[in-house]
Design a protein around this ligand. Structure first.
Ligand code: 7TS
Length: 404
């Protein structure tokens, strides 16, 4: 196990005081804090390397290009993709899914076709597909969910027909912490010749992911949720699929030759990367992946699981406590409500104690509707959180309950 005290020192923000109290940062599902090595990589690149990539013959441009392309290789290794050509840099999970919905939709979706999503998707894995459905006259089908926050796989199997074009499902729910059996979900789809997109925004920061082992066709995640910078993310796609898709945006980088009569497109992955990429952010993302890899994703998983179990157990001491999501497997997100206390009041009062949690619908309104609630209070853990911070949360919740 890694030394949590030393790890916390890598994150300067964690020693901040909020309202004169030590910051207890439990909003890692929204975004994570950045270790020094990530910020320093960005500063160093801007101060010492900065030049546009893939364009210049000059030294700095070559160096920036090398850093950018080495980062692609780091991402490839991190999720175990077969080739770096399968790693597309985007602005984040949201853009990754929009890219796929557009390109896949152009190539494969026609009037009357169907796209499968699950009840517990983040809006970013619903709305782009809905927009595609509107453009094409296609239809969204939804995998239903049991009361305990697990997907109903029998019902999932029954959704398939000859019009099913793609299945889009999150690996971990950002609200419930449910870890979906994505391997099984992918297997069922493949048996019927249907490709699958896995939303890995909430899984990649918490446990090892191997896209070849999962055999998913597409996989999306965000840099900022895994201790990297904002504004960068990844869409992985199997080469055989990416080759079949038309480009997303047009512009520089994505072309081979342009004339007013006809343009030919660049090879993978550049076909999908129009314009100057955020090459400083891709480099810093690679440093973040190096950082978590050095700690060990298995170790991070073990630590966060311990915190999650402890938080669920201790929060249950509070009268009127309702914790959402299944008991097992439950990732590092604990959503709860205390009877008679609005989630916003709970969040606001916890904030006054220096405890940062998220409240509301968490960009999952259809899930809220399914649960029959408007929102929850959500504590989400990262690799640097401690048991003492869980204690602070529980004591904070108890204090709020006393006030009501
Ligand atoms: N998918 C899931 C499962 C997510 O949790 C989020 C962000 C996204 C996609 C979108 O990621 P982005 O980086 O493109 O914005 N989830 C949250 C959250 O739970 N609180 O704030 C953002």
């Amino acid at each position: 196990m890694y030394d949590i005290k030393m790890v916390r020192e890598d994150f300067p923000i964690l020693s901040r005081k909020i309202y004169n109290r030590p910051l207890v940062y439990l909003d890692n599902g929204a975004t994570t804090q950045k270790p020094r090595c990530v910020v320093e990589a960005m500063v160093d690149e801007y101060y010492n390397v900065n030049a546009n990539v893939h364009r210049g013959v000059h030294f700095l441009s070559q160096q920036a290009t090398d850093l950018h392309e080495q980062s692609r290789e780091t991402v490839r290794a991190f999720i175990n993709a077969q080739s770096a050509a399968e790693i597309l840099f985007t602005r984040g999970t949201t853009e990754s899914i929009n890219l796929l919905a557009f390109c896949f939709g152009e190539a494969f979706v026609r009037t009357g076709d169907e796209i499968v999503v699950s009840t517990m998707e983040h809006h970013s894995n619903i709305v782009p597909w809905q927009m595609l459905c509107e453009r094409k006259g296609a239809r969204l089908r939804v995998i239903p969910m049991a009361d305990d926050g697990t997907l109903l796989l029998e019902d999932y199997r029954a959704l398939f027909n000859e019009r099913t074009k793609i299945v889009c499902c999150t690996q971990v729910s950002n609200v419930l912490g449910t870890v979906n059996p994505v391997k099984e979900i992918i297997g069922e789809a493949h048996r019927r010749g249907v490709p699958v997109l896995i939303d890995g925004a909430q899984s990649t920061p918490h446990f090892p992911v191997d896209v070849q082992e999962l055999d998913c066709d597409f996989f999306a995640f965000s840099g900022h949720k895994i201790y990297g910078p904002t504004g960068v993310g990844v869409l992985y796609g199997k080469e055989e699929w990416l080759e079949k898709l038309p480009p997303y945006q047009g512009g520089g980088e994505m072309i081979k030759n342009v004339s007013f009569e006809r343009t030919t497109y660049n090879e993978l992955p550049y076909k999908f990367e129009a314009g100057t990429p955020d090459y400083v952010a891709t480099h810093a993302l690679a440093r973040a992946l190096d950082y978590v890899s050095a700690l060990g994703m298995e170790q991070i998983y073990g630590h966060e699981q311990e915190l999650t179990r402890y938080a669920m157990e201790r929060l249950r001491e509070v009268e009127g406590m309702r914790i959402f999501g299944p008991e097992e497997p439950h990732d590092a997100v604990v959503s709860f409500l205390v009877e008679g206390i609005h989630h916003l009041d709970m969040g606001t009062l916890l904030d006054r104690l220096g405890i940062a949690v998220r409240t509301g619908h968490h960009c999952a309104e259809p899930l809220m509707r399914r649960l029959g609630i408007e929102g929850t209070v959500r504590a989400s853990f990262g690799l640097y959180n401690t048991k003492e911070e869980v204690d602070a949360l529980v004591e904070g919740v108890k204090r709020v309950v006393k006030m009501f």
